[in-house]
Design a protein around this ligand. Structure first.
Ligand SMILES: Nc1ncnc2c1ncn2[C@@H]1O[C@H](COP(=O)(O)OP(=O)(O)O)[C@@H](O)[C@H]1O
Ligand SMILES: [Mg+2]
Length: 208
């Protein structure tokens, strides 16, 4: 049967769809195994990930341990990626870091990373996702906090989004990331601080 004009595959749409599917598969491969399964995420996280017009650019997921912050963030970042490819026709860069690994990588004596080059990458990425921002028991040193300041200030002044999970609020992490980063995060995530409530799912709890 011949195609109606509505059904004729549009080459640009096909290319975009392929690009999006490849990007989402790559993201899933990088996702830790327990966070690959699709879950129903909080409507505000869903709005953020689908870049709805009134959603804030950055998202700060907070709440007690085990409530589902990290799983929500992985799924939200995957949806954000998919929406961005569809809307802007290009594959955005997403940097995902556990905070403790990030602080280590930014230390001046780290042999695996060039802290300056990494700082530049994290300043420019289309989305920076930092998991469990308050997890470090030993706060980063002044030098590492300066790199964090460079990263977050550059993102702040260019309105580049961040996705953060953390078991405390942005105003309660100054001792870890420094006052300047804490203050910028507060502004970047204004309207986008989302409290997930419920019991520890690792102990069989279900979030509200
Ligand atoms: N909505 C959900 N439905 C089913 N399982 C979930 C959901 N959210 C999280 N989980 C599971 O609960 C456990 C804890 O989630 P996680 O995101 O690691 O918590 P948090 O980051 O808040 O400490 C993980 O095994 C995760 O896969
Ligand atoms: Mg977590």
């Amino acid at each position: 049967m011949p195609f109606s004009s509505d059904e004729i595959p549009n080459p640009r749409q096909s290319v975009l769809r392929e690009r999006r599917d490849a990007a989402v598969s790559g993201h899933l491969e990088r996702t830790p195994a327990i966070y690959r399964g699709a879950i129903r995420i909080h409507p505000e996280a869903d709005d953020w990930s689908r870049r709805r017009d009134d959603a804030p650019p950055s998202l700060f997921l907070t709440g007690p341990i085990g409530v589902g912050k990290t799983h929500t963030a992985w799924q939200a970042s995957r949806q954000w990626l998919s929406t961005t490819v569809d809307r802007f026709g290009r594959v955005p860069s997403i940097e995902t870091w556990r905070s403790t690994a990030l602080f280590d990588a930014l230390r001046p004596d780290n042999r695996d990373y060039d802290a300056k080059a990494l700082t530049g990458t994290l300043q420019r990425a289309d989305l920076l996702y930092v998991d469990d921002l308050a997890a470090a028991r030993v706060s980063p040193t002044g030098w590492t906090q300066e790199r964090l300041y460079e990263i977050f200030d550059e993102r702040y002044i260019n309105r580049r989004p961040v996705l953060i999970t953390c078991d405390v609020l942005p105003g309660q992490i100054s001792h870890i990331v420094g006052d300047r980063v804490s203050s910028r995060l507060g502004e970047m995530c204004r309207g986008g601080v989302l409290l997930l409530e419920g019991d520890d799912r690792r102990k069989g709890g279900v979030a509200a």
